[in-house]
Design a binder for this molecule. Structure first.
Ligand SMILES: Cc1cc2nc3c(=O)[nH]c(=O)nc-3n(C[C@H](O)[C@H](O)[C@H](O)COP(=O)(O)OP(=O)(O)OC[C@H]3O[C@@H](n4cnc5c(N)ncnc54)[C@H](O)[C@@H]3O)c2cc1C
Length: 389
């Protein structure tokens, strides 16, 4: 390993690996540092993605696709079920392999990937980030760079060290619990299940995502505010005792998902932030894999471009590009989320009842939205904007 790279990326999640790849494409030197022993492990994710959003970055490969999804099932608090055909295909990933493949693509493009490399500080000179301090396989090392990309996930500290404000409101931090369980026999292998209601997952949702062979990711997210009164784990245990009391757990995890708009400031002198670190998660669904990859691609491309032209002036374009491509939509999703999360059980039940009155071929996501809007007309404008942008 050298003691200088043009660009250092901290964190080899989807955002970091894509950032490293897009930066390396410019022919500049890129170092991707990951604190864990293996890229992609441990997995803290439901692993659901929309196919079209990720195949822009990686060719589909059955090695990392556990299940092909073409239906959603929404379960109302009164247990009424609405099933919708999904027009675009979705996947349930095997992220252990998916994340690894993304890092491999970055290395094939020329980025150097180092695992067991824990970044524990920044080199800052005259108010500009000029590299990182890291503990790499037991050795304290300083590595200089022109640009650092912080892709260190939800618990990001790198941005904070550079003086960027990474705080988000407690109510926007979804507190999640999830297991990968086996012997889940009563689900369709091509359907993602979402449960709503005060007793199931207030201000969030409960999910069952099939992974094939009677295995599924089962979990929930509740707003940090709710989680303070009654933990996500308690809601989780209640659900499992009722539905799957004997299901063995193969893995269990807890974690936060920042369901907010993007941070106000995501770049500064010599540093840019991407993925969960920059709060680039879709605030309505909590999905951050594909949006992190988009954020990473913009960040990496801008950083590589800056080095090639020997100026860091381009970095200031990053927030603007992100906002145009995705950030603007996230602001609208966030307002829709705030509207939907205030729905009472009665409102969810009424929506399910109304949708169930529609003939099968009219039960589309659009009609569910329309029915929801009849219950909350103030959201209409925001939804209209999502379709316009
Ligand atoms: C329970 C749960 C379920 C979820 N389900 C879904 C889902 O179904 N679909 C979806 O799209 N999203 C889901 N998400 C969100 C998704 O997992 C994240 O949005 C996504 O992983 C963000 O990618 P990232 O690259 O920004 O961060 P991460 O994937 O978190 O990667 C960050 C990387 O940085 C490394 N790192 C951190 N600090 C350092 C450091 N100091 N030095 C070196 N390396 C460091 C970490 O080890 C990690 O590998 C879920 C999240 C949770 C918690």
């Amino acid at each position: 390993m050298k003691n200088y790279y043009d660009i250092i990326v901290v964190g080899a999640g989807p955002a970091g690996s894509v950032a490293a790849r897009y930066a390396a494409r410019h022919g500049v030197s890129v170092l991707l540092l990951e604190k864990d022993r293996d890229v992609g492990y441990p997995v803290r994710c439901g692993e659901a993605v929309n196919k079209s959003r990720i195949t822009e970055f990686i060719d589909p490969d059955e090695k990392w696709i556990c299940a092909h999804i073409n239906k959603f099932r929404f379960v109302a608090p009164n247990d009424k079920e609405v099933t919708l055909q999904f027009r675009e295909e979705g996947y349930i990933l095997e992220r252990r392999i998916f994340d690894y493949q993304l890092a491999k693509l970055a290395s094939e493009e020329g980025a150097e990937v180092v695992t067991r490399a824990y970044v524990n500080g920044l080199i800052i000179d005259e108010d500009c980030v000029r590299g990182v301090k890291a503990l790499i396989r037991g050795e304290e090392i300083k590595i200089k760079s022109k640009i650092v990309i912080a892709a260190d996930g939800v618990e990001s500290r790198v941005g904070r060290w550079a003086g960027l404000k990474t705080h988000i409101d407690f109510r926007d931090m979804e507190s999640c619990v999830q297991v990968t369980a086996s012997n889940i026999n009563n689900i369709n292998p091509d359907t993602c299940y979402f449960y709503f209601g005060e007793n199931v997952a207030p201000s969030g949702y409960f999910w069952i995502f099939p992974k094939g062979n009677h295995i599924a990711n089962i979990g929930l997210g509740v707003s940090g505010i709710i989680g303070k009164k009654k933990s996500a784990l308690k809601y989780f245990n209640q659900f499992m005792e009722r539905r799957y009391p004997d299901a063995p757990f193969l893995t269990s995890i807890a974690g936060g998902v920042p369901c907010s708009v993007t941070l106000k400031k995501i770049s500064s002198n010599g540093i840019i932030m991407t993925g969960d670190a920059a709060r680039q998660v879709n605030p309505l669904t909590g999905g951050g894999i594909s949006s992190g990859m988009i954020g990473g691609s913009i960040a990496g491309d801008i950083a590589g471009h800056s080095i090639k032209r020997n100026t860091t002036d381009y970095l200031s374009k990053y927030p603007e590009l992100w906002h145009q491509q995705v950030g603007k939509k996230h602001e609208i999703y966030n307002r829709i989320k705030n509207g939907i999360y205030n729905f009472t059980d009665d409102k969810f039940n009424k929506i399910a009842d109304s949708v169930l009155k529609l003939p099968d071929d009219k039960r589309t996501l659009r009609n569910v939205f329309t029915t929801a809007l009849i219950n909350q007309p103030s959201l209409l404008l925001d939804v209209a904007k999502v379709f316009i942008y």
